[in-house]
Design a protein around this ligand. Structure first.
Ligand code: PHB
Length: 393
């Protein structure tokens, strides 16, 4: 071997070593979330929350640099989400998958992570059953039954005995209808009618008229956060249901902090049950809001529960990496089971049996705070586990 080829070989070996070391010192997180289409705010909010966490805590944990690789299924597109998951795992070699605004996209990826043994942190999708689909799934957002049961309890305590339910016709909507009805009936309430509206391009006018004609004491609503809530509240007001004495109660998706300004004053007084409000008064939330503003373009808009869950997604991933779970999926899952931390929303824990989040659910009312519409928390139920897994049995 000539001196020259020996030198080339040594250089090559050194480069390979350096490259390998760099790869080992990087933890790749594949973020599959909706960044375009009617649910574009979901991906934008989740990613903005992730960036807020990384701004506050640095992009390195336990000597490893955290790298986010985003993919956009463009809306409800389970097949596309599944293909992205496969590519991120086999080609990009991600150690974690995260994101997932919509239930159908999360559900489609479950078999992929089971097969590949890659931990998947759900940052929003809230149908109860998602975490049962793979031992490698954990969830840091919420489940819809978890926020629907406290709404039913609050309604009963406040003299509401007859309710009409209106929900989006897919996983989380059916969970909302099922859990609300179960808790409400168990407490002596009566559900006088139920309606399901399509997930894509719904028109609420017929549903709102049906509710008005039925004259219930209240209508309980679950709609996926964003434009749908704006349209529903608008129709509710235009058709004069409040004037007829019909109350509107809902999961907090409808008064999502991100769309409150667009909803305007007609939303004042609306009561919802939810796990996060940007108006939550705590040092952890103040730090989140500050870093959210510092890490993101103002165009992303006011942070909502998906941004807070994006932030908590990174809290979970940093914990797994600290415990060595960046190279071993089982270690990562073990680190997350029972993990407790203080989120911007309050104290939270990952239930070791279900891998789902346990948290405080707040009852809130839309009010003006410092001249801006806000979901102001006035009551709470602590340590709420997902009741939906029992309901589904
Ligand atoms: C879901 O698809 O699981 C979902 C979407 C939006 C929400 C809540 C749940 O606001």
């Amino acid at each position: 071997m000539t001196k020259r080829s020996l030198r080339a070989l040594t250089m090559g070996a050194l480069l390979a070593l350096a490259f390998g070391a760099a790869a080992q010192n990087t933890v790749k997180v594949g973020v599959i979330a909706e960044f375009s289409g009617p649910f574009a705010a979901y991906g934008q909010q989740i990613e903005a929350g992730m960036k807020a966490y990384m701004k506050q805590h640095g992009d390195t944990v336990a000597g490893k640099k955290i790298e986010l690789i985003t993919r956009d299924p463009g809306g409800k597109a389970p097949d596309v989400a599944k293909r992205f998951a496969q590519e991120l795992i086999t080609r990009d070699k991600v150690q974690f998958l995260a994101g997932f605004g919509l239930t159908p996209n999360a559900m489609a990826v479950a078999p992929v992570v089971t097969e590949a043994k890659v931990p998947m942190i759900v940052s929003n999708a809230a149908t109860s059953a998602i975490t049962t689909r793979s031992p490698y799934i954990t969830r840091v957002s919420m489940t819809i039954p978890q926020v629907s049961a406290p709404m039913a309890e609050w309604a009963l305590k406040n003299g509401v005995k007859q309710v009409y339910t209106v929900v989006a016709d897919y996983g989380p909507g059916i969970d909302a209808e099922t859990q609300f009805t179960k808790t409400f009936k168990a407490g002596g309430g009566e559900v006088v009618g139920t309606l399901r509206t399509p997930l894509q391009n719904p028109d609420f006018s017929a549903a709102i008229q049906r509710v008005k004609d039925a004259k219930p004491q209240a209508v309980f609503v679950f709609l996926p956060a964003g434009e749908q809530g704006i349209a529903f509240v608008k129709g509710f007001n235009e058709r004069g249901l409040a004037k007829e004495g019909i109350k509107l109660i809902a999961t907090g998706d409808i008064t999502d902090d991100h769309v409150l300004d667009a909803m305007g004053d007609p939303t004042l007084g609306l009561i919802t049950a939810f796990h996060y409000s940007a108006a939550h008064d705590s040092p952890e939330n103040a730090a989140f809001l500050k870093n959210y503003a510092a890490a993101n373009d103002a165009k992303v808009g006011r942070p909502n529960f998906m941004a807070a869950a994006g932030y908590d997604t990174m809290a979970a991933i940093y914990e797994a990496v600290r415990k060595g779970g960046d190279v071993d999926a089982d270690k990562a899952m073990a680190a997350l089971k029972g993990y407790k931390w203080v989120s911007p929303r309050g104290p939270v824990m990952i239930d070791a049996d279900t891998r789902d989040i346990v948290q405080t659910v707040y009852i809130r009312k839309v009010e003006k705070k410092d001249g801006k519409l806000a979901n102001v928390e006035f009551d709470k139920v602590e340590n709420v586990k997902d009741p939906g897994k029992d309901a589904a049995k």
